[in-house]
Structures are given as structure tokens and as C-alpha cells.
Write a protein that binds this ligand. Structure first.
Ligand code: GTP
Ligand code: MG
Length: 436
């Protein structure tokens, strides 16, 4: 099952602005009419409840947004690019991987949601925008802005209300196939179920989602058996039904082992309530030992539950031990009824991920000037760079206009403050000009 994926996203670039002038038969020296470029396409992630893995993204993990169209003459604005939509199953948690490798939470598709994950670049301005009282013949236009580049980590954590925890072969699949329409494979050997199985339990007017997690054995948290790779899916269950194989040689040890494994995996999982049910009650030898099994488990389970739940009704539910048979149907109604009652008490687990406001950096930062070497000043301004990229800097008329944009942006003042002298070189991206 593909339940994690890393995505490289490149949102669309904005279209370039255009340098153009009106040419009419009777108005050969018409004004500038270069249109702006259209905005580059965003990349969004949209939840899709028909998906239940991230497989479709595994081999398609580099995604480019669409570029905006360039502006044209006659004030024609380039059209904005359409957004690119990535679909992901409900329950997908989206993280951003920062340049230092640290993950920042972005969003949780715990319900129908769409999330903007990479913003398209702005369209560049056409020369019409640069008209001013002092510049009637602007030769400047901006390139479109680069789209945002992001590396994301998507982690699917299936959404179930109730998780089934048990050792392999305890009867999880048989139980879920009896209570829901799910039809997982059932067989008398360990690890029949290799992937989580979801089923909807209809109860009274309502319903809830139950999930079988592949069986756990000792050392699962260190990777033994199927390991912990599927436990992430159980993480979000509101509580667990802990099945103990009736045919087990030591019911208490089994129960303790599973609890220990989940605790090692994630402390918060071990703090969620569990309803315990012993399976295979239709088997005579199991049925005969019912009393004994109860006595062995009772004390420990109560002790455990009292640390977790302080709600009286909740305690009453979880301190019961159910004895069930998915073959004869014994005890199933009562168990499902208790699940339903417990769901009323335990609120949905709201993971406290905070949305990171700094996720989208501000578009334009303050121009930064560094003196690279004696007499060479590097100007770090995306706005200015987007102008020089489109301009023929050899053309002195263009250079003059760039100059006045530099004044407007306050860069000239900064350069003076940085001690620039006539004859010194200013570097803006790949372009260079001389300070006069
Ligand atoms: N007699 C009896 N046998 C059962 C019952 N529940 C399950 N079994 C048998 O126990 C064996 C394992 O059942 P599964 O439902 O596949 O168990 P599981 O926990 O899903 O097993 P894994 O997916 O391998 O972890 C099968 O042979 C089932 O027929 C039951 O209530 N009574
Ligand atoms: Mg199974």
C-alpha cells in the first residue's frame, strides 16, 4: 500500500509583460499599449473520497503548474493559467519539507477540502504600466514571476472511528466481514491481511467506520512482522476494539504485548480507550474457559482503563470484557452497541496541528544590497530583476528608465547609503549597469 509520497511541485510562471506602441495610420506615434502577462497557475490539492491510496502520485511525483500567457500589444492581457489539481484521499496529511529538511504541517484532508500548496507567479507588467509624467515612452516590461517551488510530504492516515487491534489470526477479518460489507480474505494463518481494511458498520440510524489493521506481533514497533508501517492508520481512530484470540495460550500476555507495541509506536495511541473482546467463543474449548479468561484479564484491564478514562459511563463500557463469535454471531450486537455508545462519549480526535502562517513567504522582500567586492554592488530585488530580464540594457534609453525605476523602488537611495561611487558597477541578476 502506498501511503506516503514526496512531491516536487513547481507552480506556473507568470506570463511576461509586453513592450508595444500603438501604430495607426494617422497616429504613428501613439502611446504604449503593451499588455500585462497572465498569472501562472497555482497547484492545489483536493481531497477525493474515491481514493484510498497515494499510488497515483508515486510515479508522478514531479508536477509542474501551467504558465501564464504573455501580454500582447493593443493592451491585450495574457490569460491566467488554469490551476493544476492534485487529488488525494481523505485522511491525507500534507507537510512541507523546508530547505533544512524540517517538516512543517500544512493541512489535513480530514474532510472535503482543497488546499493551495504552490502559488503561481504573478504576470509581468506591460510597458503601459510604466507611463508617467516623466516617461511617455516606456521601454520597460516585467517578466512573469517564477511560480513557487515546494517539496511536500504526503502521509495518508486512513480515517476510521474504531480501529481493530489484535495479533495475527485473532479473527479481525472474520469480525469485520460479519459487521460490515467489507470482504477481506480470511484464512487460518498469520498475516492474511496485508493492508488496512475499512468497513462501515450500520447501527440504528447511524453508522461508523471500522478498520482492521494488519496483525501485530512482538517487536512490531521495531519492524518485526509487518511492523508498524500500518499503525499510522490506526493512529486516528477514536478508540480501539482489542480482539484477543480465544484460542490463545496466554490471553493476558497477548493483551499486554499489543499494548506495549502501540505504546512504543506512539504514546498517544496507548492512551486511547479500548473495548476488549475475546474471539472464537463457538469453539468448545474456548467457551469452557470463559470464566477463567475473564478472571485473568479483568483486574489488569480495569487498572489500565482507570488511568485513561475518567468518565463513569465510558469506564463502565470499557471495563466489560466481551466474549464473541463471528461464526455464531454470539455477542456481536452487544459489542457493536457498546462501540456506538463509546463513540458518543469520545469526541473526534482533533490532532492539534497548527497551520503554519509562515508557509507562504511574503511576495516581495525589501531590496537587499551587498557589496560583492570593491566597487561591485549586488542588488537583490526580484522586482528590478524582472525588469532587467526583459530589457536591452545596452540601449541607453532603457538604462535610464531602469534607473528611474530604481529611484522609485528606493534602491538608489540604499545604494548611496551603502557608499556607492560613480563608476561602480551594479549587478541586478545577470544584468550590470554603471552608477553615474
Ligand atoms: N471458530 C471460529 N473461528 C474463527 C472465528 N473468527 C475467526 N476464525 C478463524 O480464525 C482464523 C483467522 O481468522 P481471520 O479473520 O483471518 O483473522 P485475522 O485476525 O484477520 O488474521 P490476520 O489478517 O492474518 O492477522 C480463520 O481460520 C477463521 O476462520 C470465530 O469466531 N470462530
Ligand atoms: Mg485479517
Amino acid at each position: 500500500m502506498i501511503d506516503t509520497v514526496r512531491l516536487n511541485l513547481f507552480a506556473g510562471r507568470g506570463g511576461n509583460g509586453c513592450v508595444s506602441f500603438l501604430h495607426e495610420k494617422f497616429n504613428p506615434k501613439g502611446g504604449p499599449n503593451g499588455g500585462d502577462g497572465g498569472h501562472g497557475g497555482d497547484i492545489v490539492i483536493q481531497s477525493d473520497d474515491s481514493l484510498n491510496t497515494l499510488l497515483h502520485l508515486k510515479f508522478n511525483s514531479t508536477i509542474y503548474g501551467t504558465n501564464g500567457h504573455h501580454g500582447k500589444g493593443k493592451e491585450q492581457r495574457g490569460s491566467n493559467a488554469k490551476e493544476t489539481i492534485i487529488t488525494a484521499p481523505l485522511g491525507t496529511v500534507i507537510w512541507k519539507i523546508n530547505s533544512d529538511g524540517v517538516k512543517t504541517f500544512v493541512a489535513d484532508l480530514d474532510q472535503d477540502k482543497r488546499v493551495l500548496v504552490a502559488k503561481g507567479g504573478l504576470g509581468g507588467w506591460g510597458n503601459k504600466r510604466f507611463v508617467s509624467s516623466t516617461n511617455q515612452e516606456p521601454l520597460l516590461a516585467q517578466t512573469g514571476e517564477k511560480g513557487e517551488e515546494t517539496i511536500l510530504f504526503l502521509e495518508l492516515k486512513l480515517l476510521a472511528d474504531v480501529g481493530l487491534l489484535a495479533k495475527p489470526n485473532a479473527g479481525k477479518s472474520t469480525f469485520i466481514s460479519r459487521c460490515t460489507k467489507a470482504k477481506p480474505k480470511i484464512a487460518d494463518y498469520q498475516f492474511t491481511t496485508l493492508e488496512p481494511v475499512l468497513g462501515v458498520v450500520e447501527y440504528g440510524e447511524g453508522s461508523f467506520v471500522m478498520m482492521e489493521v494488519p496483525g501485530l506481533i512482538e517487536g512490531a514497533n521495531e519492524g518485526v512482522g509487518l511492523g508498524f508501517q500500518f499503525l499510522r492508520h490506526a493512529e486516528r481512530a477514536r478508540f480501539y476494539v482489542h480482539l484477543i484470540d480465544g484460542l490463545s495460550e496466554n490471553h493476558l500476555d497477548d493483551w499486554k504485548m499489543i499494548n506495549n507495541e502501540i505504546k512504543q509506536f506512539d504514546e498517544s495511541m496507548s492512551l486511547k480507550p479500548q473495548i476488549v473482546a475475546v474471539t472464537k467463543m463457538d469453539v468448545t474449548e474456548v467457551n469452557e474457559y470463559k470464566e477463567m479468561i475473564f478472571e485473568v484479564l479483568e483486574e489488569e484491564i480495569k487498572l489500565h482503563n482507570n488511568q485513561i478514562l475518567n468518565d463513569d459511563v465510558g469506564r463502565e463500557i470499557v471495563n466489560k470484557i466481551h466474549f464473541i463469535s463471528s461464526v455464531s454471531g454470539e455477542g456481536l450486537n452487544e459489542l457493536i452497541g457498546d462501540c456506538n455508545r463509546l463513540l458518543d462519549i469520545i469526541p473526534k480526535d482533533l490532532e492539534h496541528h497548527e497551520f503554519d502562517e509562515s508557509y507562504f513567504p511574503p511576495v516581495e522582500n525589501i531590496p537587499l544590497i551587498t557589496e560583492q567586492e570593491d566597487g561591485v554592488f549586488v542588488v537583490n530585488s526580484r522586482r528590478l530583476e524582472r525588469l532587467t530580464l526583459m530589457s536591452d540594457m545596452e540601449d541607453h534609453r532603457v538604462a535610464i528608465q531602469i534607473w528611474s525605476e530604481m529611484m522609485k523602488l528606493g534602491i538608489a537611495k540604499h545604494l548611496e547609503e551603502s557608499g556607492i561611487q560613480p563608476g561602480d558597477v551594479i549587478k541586478i541578476g545577470d544584468a550590470e549597469m554603471e552608477w553615474i
